[in-house]
Design a protein around this ligand. Structure first.
Ligand SMILES: CC(C)(COP(=O)(O)OP(=O)(O)OC[C@H]1O[C@@H](n2cnc3c(N)ncnc32)[C@H](O)[C@@H]1OP(=O)(O)O)[C@@H](O)C(=O)NCCC(=O)NCCS
Length: 157
C-alpha cells in the first residue's frame, strides 16, 4: 500500500467551494439524515477552531475528516468517512492519523469522539490508533441508535 497524501482545506484555497461541495455530496450519500452534517457543513467550517482534512485520488475526493478543538484541553473528531468503493486502502487510517497529529501539535490533552458501536470498521480503526471506550450513551444518534464515547489521551511528557 502506498502512502496517502492527506490535505487540509485552507480558508483561501482556490477551489475551496468545489471541495466543500464534493464533500457535502459524499456526506449525504454515506450518512443517514440524523447523523449527517451535510446541511450544517458550512457552519461547522466557519467555526474558528475547526479543521477539514481530505484525500484526493486522481482529482476526486474519496475521504475526509473533520476535527475541532473547542477548548484548550480537548479536541473532537466530528467526522471521518471514506467513499465506499475506496475503502480498505489506508485512506481512513491516514486521515485519522493526520487529525491526531494536528491535535497533538496544539498541545491538547485528549481527543474525544462518538461512534455507533455497530460501525465495526470505524470502531476497529479508532482502537487501532489508541482510542479507548469511555462509556455507552444510549439513544445518542436517534431513539434506537447508541454511541460509544471514545477518547485518546496524550502523554504530558
Ligand atoms: C471507518 C472508515 C473511515 C475506514 O476507512 P478505510 O479507508 O476503509 O480504512 P483503512 O483502509 O485505513 O483501514 C484502517 C483500519 O480500519 C479498520 N477497518 C477498516 N475497514 C474495516 C472492516 N471492514 N472491518 C474491520 N476493520 C476495518 C482496521 O483496523 C484497519 O486496519 P488494518 O488494515 O490493519 O486491519 C470507513 O469504513 C467508512 O467511511 N465507514 C463509514 C463511515 C463511518 O462509519 N465513519 C465513522 C463515523 S464515527
Amino acid at each position: 500500500m502506498g502512502s496517502v497524501a492527506v490535505m487540509e482545506l485552507q480558508e483561501y484555497s482556490r477551489n475551496r467551494a468545489n471541495i466543500v461541495k464534493e464533500i457535502v455530496k459524499l456526506e449525504r450519500k454515506m450518512f443517514p439524515k440524523h447523523e449527517s452534517l451535510a446541511r450544517s457543513f458550512d457552519e461547522e467550517l466557519k467555526k474558528k477552531n475547526s479543521g477539514l482534512l481530505y484525500v484526493e485520488v486522481e482529482g476526486e475526493i474519496v475521504g475526509y475528516a473533520m476535527y475541532s478543538w473547542p477548548s484548550s484541553l480537548s479536541a473532537s473528531i466530528t467526522k471521518l468517512a471514506v467513499k465506499e468503493s475506496c475503502r480498505r486502502q489506508g485512506h481512513g487510517e491516514a486521515l485519522l492519523k493526520m487529525a491526531i497529529s494536528k491535535c497533538r501539535t496544539r498541545n491538547l490533552q485528549r481527543i474525544m469522539l462518538h461512534v455507533d458501536p455497530l460501525r465495526t470498521p470505524a470502531l476497529s480503526l479508532y482502537k487501532k490508533l489508541g482510542f479507548k471506550v469511555d462509556n455507552l450513551i444510549e439513544s445518542y444518534y436517534s431513539a434506537d441508535r447508541n454511541a460509544y464515547r471514545m477518547y485518546l489521551e496524550f502523554d504530558c511528557a
